[in-house]
Design a protein around this ligand. Structure first.
Ligand SMILES: *Cc1c(COP(=O)(O)O)cnc(C)c1O
Length: 319
């Protein structure tokens, strides 16, 4: 129904996403090997876990013969950018319900989304909090559509995220740990399911609340795995909050390893992971696979606000 092999070629999707080892004195001192699965390289716009989460949703939308994808997101959302780009390439119309007011000009994320033909509907923050999103979607867009939740997380998304693990098993010896950033918990839930009790999984929450643990339990249908945990100590003030220390970490990491990180998810998670290594909370001799979940499209918007004097800029080729 969708010939993914054909589309992978046509879009130049870099799959399987490559794995590279990162060497640092800290890791050498502690006798730990760190590998990074570069999901950020899959595609510049449909990147990382957002591709994984969309894949089987695209298939399901085609199966249902839907022509329009509808979803929700913030104004800088990686999921909005990915849905707009994927919709365009796979032949769907797209509608994005965006939290907050329209800005003039549009920020880089939303201007990318509209360039792919996404119809944007703005919703004030208090209405946006309404939890019955399906109902809200039907009110705002009564025409037929395939509904994808904010962040892309549903059972189809979990199936796509399981492939991160399956792919990695063909690329390297099973690592002792999988480590990654978490928002809605969809990606980690898919990884936990695919591992079926093997290895260990550490998620780093990008949000302040610890509601996430409950979410993940629900997403994995309360299966009793005890090989995963979510660390909530590295949110840096909460969702989408940053500190100069975090931006400095991004820039230093890029200078030394030429691997870009973004400030909302991946930098917080990798920073947290290295702190755990530093504090000897991870055993000597351990192999860790860090999943770079992508999201680099958000840096242009971040740097734009940095230009207005709020924060230091993230270096690299992000326009
Ligand atoms: C959306 C996103 C996440 C969070 O993924 P969840 O499945 O919602 O936990 C992590 N990293 C990046 C770069 C993202 O864009």
């Amino acid at each position: 129904m969708i010939d993914f092999q054909y589309y992978n070629k046509r879009l130049g999707l870099q799959l399987p996403s490559p794995i590279q080892q990162v060497k640092m004195p800290l890791l050498e001192n502690k006798g730990i090997q760190l590998f990074i699965k570069r999901e950020d390289l899959i595609h510049p716009e449909i990147s990382g876990n957002k591709w994984r989460k969309l894949k089987y949703n695209l298939l399901e939308a085609k199966r249902q013969a839907q022509k329009t994808l509808l979803t929700f997101g913030g104004a800088y959302s990686n999921h909005i950018a990915a849905t707009a780009a994927a919709g365009y390439h796979f032949g769907f119309n797209t509608v994005g319900i965006i939290r907050g007011e329209r800005t003039h000009p549009l920020n880089p994320t939303l201007s990318l989304a509209t360039s792919y033909g996404m119809k944007l509907i703005y919703l004030d923050r208090s209405s946006y909090r309404n939890t019955n999103r399906r109902e809200l979607a039907t009110q705002l867009y009564p025409q037929a559509h395939y509904f994808i939740p904010e962040g892309g997380t549903n059972t189809f998304a979990l199936k796509g995220c399981q492939e991160i693990v399956e792919e990695s098993m063909n690329q390297m010896q099973t690592p002792d740990y999988y480590a990654l950033a978490c928002g809605t918990g969809g990606t980690i839930a898919g990884i936990i399911q695919a591992l079926n009790g093997k290895s260990k999984v550490i998620g780093f929450s990008a949000l302040k609340s610890d509601f996430l643990i409950q979410e993940v339990k629900q997403l994995i249908n309360y299966q009793q795995y005890d090989n995963w945990s979510i660390n909530t100590a590295f949110h840096f003030g909460g969702y989408a909050k940053t500190t100069p220390q975090l931006i400095q970490f991004i820039n230093e990491f890029y200078n030394e390893h030429y691997i870009p990180l973004e400030p909302i998810y991946t930098a917080k998670a990798l920073f947290g992971l290295l702190q755990l290594v530093e504090k000897k909370e991870i055993k000597k001799g351990t192999n860790i696979l860090f999943i770079h979940t992508g999201g680099l499209q958000g840096i242009a918007g971040f740097n734009e606000s940095a230009k207005m004097g709020r924060q230091i800029k993230i270096i690299g080729d992000f326009h």
